[in-house]
Design a protein around this ligand. Sequence first.
Ligand code: ZN
Length: 139
Amino acid sequence: MKISTQEIQLKTKGNCDIKDITSEISAAVMKSGIKEGQCTVFSVGSTAGITTIEYEPGLLKDIPKLLDKLIPPAVRYHHDDTWGDGNGHAHLRSALFKTSLSIPVFKGELTLGTWQQVVLLDFDNKSRSRRVIVQIIGE
Ligand code: ZN
């Protein structure tokens, strides 16, 4: 059993900025030399999310539109009373999406579909520097 832990750093614009990080994660899997196992992708912090989507211009508009309906930024949340940082919606969106994802690794590659990309969604209300941990466990 082998474990490889790597880190991806990226800058985002916040406000539901969606970044495709598939190629960085694939590179981490390749670098690990692990052929079969599990790849965990984890975003550090409580105002971002990790998921998979088809990374195309339509969905990059549909996801923010859906979230604006479900968890609107203009509503006052109790979290905003606690800190006054105005990003209650970002924490709620992050909790809903979760901050990590597990992808099976087989034959040295991520078992993603052709139209399935791994994305980081930054829900915070300002630009951020993000750390994403990629940990691959296997043989
Ligand atoms: Zn906050």
